[in-house]
Write a protein that binds this ligand. Structure first.
Ligand code: NOJ
Length: 499
């Protein structure tokens, strides 16, 4: 009898772990890039200047290796090779971004650049001919310089410019593009106005400019969503979302202050953009409204530094996404306290001191430790906090090294993070519908220049041909996609943190 029981328990455990190592049949795999990071051809064929062109040309000293995206991977000329690589990985979707200034050099629809428009037509058509679905990010950090000259994202009128740009994209590409994303990582875009020299346009307006920029982008997102929903969805039938990003924040101790601090960090980072869109109350998280108002009044400012939505804007933002697009890389410890390089600032308002556990493995990016269980923690938190019944699509996840071909660090990162994602799906019931590796190929890593590499494919930046070479991780990713199963499926599936 005992033997029979042991046999039954044993076979159930095997079945459970086999199932846990497999992705559902309809699970989608993708790889991603962004225009400024790969295209190069910064002034070719009528492209307008954007804020990254301007900042890197005027201030190479802001970038670790003094470099820029003038040539980058030269994907403007080598997109056919990129599509071959994507095809060889066997993924369902390619996530890339459109350079606003390449199609509309001044940011305004009054002047269209036909050769720029044609470039994306050719890319989209080639993807579709190879049975790869395009997923298009409309804005991945590269604002036309002309729109920065009128103030950039803190200027509310940019929401209207963005709405018209979005309409132009739906008109031009919407017959073939069914996955749309308005903004990539708006919290990172805000750094360009609030955390000096962290992103272009490097405007130093911490604690004001960042909140204003966020406000314009949220209004712009809602406008684009409503235009799509009412005027394009009936004939084009696609889906639209906004790519949000977050670290996971683990309380540094079990004290109620640190537990609250971790929650606050999530609300001030992810909630800043997710709460207005994915909750039934809408608007910014209550904790943000309260703390920023109190800090503003304490400083004798006549109004909160956090702008206010109108009732109509709150209503337009609520439910303005057809899937939950999430980027995730790493985890921090969170402690109650004040830590900020500048005052006033978003970090100061958050009231959290962040750190990393010294035992967490490093990547080559000092801010990105390898903490796979944090991925599961974040997914659980998101599913608990927001309406995610339409599904969470992981639109970025990846590992930085210095460009090794035999990239064991990246292989370990992907398998361990994917394992925790499966744990979130099977053990916690989180509805994840897709996963995107960042990145298809090594590329320009913003202020880090070419010092860090995230690619499944190596790019030789010293070679004028920008020769691409598959890394070991490309073969591993191809295998995961083909089998819908993680390698080493016999390994323990339950993480120590959320057993
Ligand atoms: C997020 C950004 O979307 C992407 O542009 C960047 O390269 C990766 N994270 C890695 O830092």
């Amino acid at each position: 009898m005992l033997l029979l029981l042991l046999l039954v328990v044993g076979s159930c455990a095997t079945a459970a772990s086999a199932q846990n190592a497999s992705f559902p049949d309809d699970f989608l795999f993708a790889v991603s890039t962004a225009a400024y990071q790969i295209e190069g051809a910064w002034d070719a064929d009528g492209k307008g200047e954007n804020i990254w062109d301007r900042m890197t040309h005027e201030h190479p000293d802001y970038v670790d290796d003094g470099s820029n995206g003038d040539v980058a991977c030269d994907s403007y000329h080598k997109y056919e090779e990129d599509v071959e690589m994507i095809k060889s990985l066997g993924v369902d979707i390619y996530r890339f971004s459109i350079s606003w200034a390449r199609v509309l050099p001044l940011g305004d629809v009054s002047q269209v650049n036909p050769l720029g428009v044609e470039y994306y037509n050719k890319l989209i058509d080639l993807l579709i001919a190879n049975r790869i679905e395009p997923m298009v990010t409309m804005y991945h950090y590269d604002l036309p310089q002309y729109l920065q000259d009128i103030g950039g994202w803190p200027n509310p009128v940019l929401a209207d410019y963005f709405r018209e740009y979005a309409r132009f994209l739906f008109d031009t590409y919407g017959d073939r593009v069914k996955w749309w994303l308005t903004f990539n990582e708006p919290t990172s875009i805000c750094m360009g106005y609030g955390q000096y020299r962290m992103k272009a346009p490097a405007v130093n307006a911490h604690g004001f400019g960042d909140y204003q920029a966020a406000h314009t982008m949220l209004r712009a997102h809602a406008m684009a969503y409503r235009v799509y929903d009412q005027q394009y969805r009936p004939t084009q039938g696609g889906q639209l979302s906004i790519t949000l990003n977050s670290n996971f924040y683990q309380p540094a101790t079990n004290s109620s202050e640190d537990i609250e601090a971790a929650e606050r960090a999530l609300q001030f980072n992810l909630g800043w953009f997710a709460h207005p869109i994915y909750t039934s109350d809408g608007d910014y998280p209550a904790v943000m409204k309260e703390r920023i108002y109190n800090n503003s009044i304490k400083d004798g400012i006549w109004i909160s530094r956090l702008p206010q939505f109108t009732a109509q804007e709150i209503a337009d933002l609520k439910g303005s996404a057809d899937y939950f697009s999430l980027n995730h890389y790493t985890t921090n410890l969170a402690e109650d306290g004040e830590q900020a390089d500048q005052y006033p600032s978003h970090e100061w308002d958050t009231g959290v001191v962040t750190s990393c556990d010294p035992s967490w493995p490093n990547s080559s990016y000092n801010i990105m430790k390898v903490v796979p269980w944090g991925f599961r923690g974040l997914l659980k938190w998101v599913a608990n906090e927001y309406d995610t019944k339409m599904g969470i699509f992981i639109t970025e996840n990846g590992f930085a090294d210095t460009g090794e071909i035999n990239d064991t660090g990246r292989q370990n990162y992907y398998t361990s993070y994917l394992r925790e994602m499966l744990n979130a799906m099977y053990l916690d019931g989180v509805n994840v519908i897709g996963y995107t590796a960042w990145s298809l190929l090594d590329n320009y890593e913003w202020m880090r220049g070419y010092t860090l590499k995230f690619g499944l494919y190596h790019v030789d930046f010293n070679d004028p041909n920008r020769t691409r070479t598959p890394k070991a991780s490309a073969a591993m990713f191809r295998e995961i996609v083909a089998t819908h199963t993680l390698p080493d499926s016999g390994a323990a599936m339950t993480s120590s943190h959320f057993a």
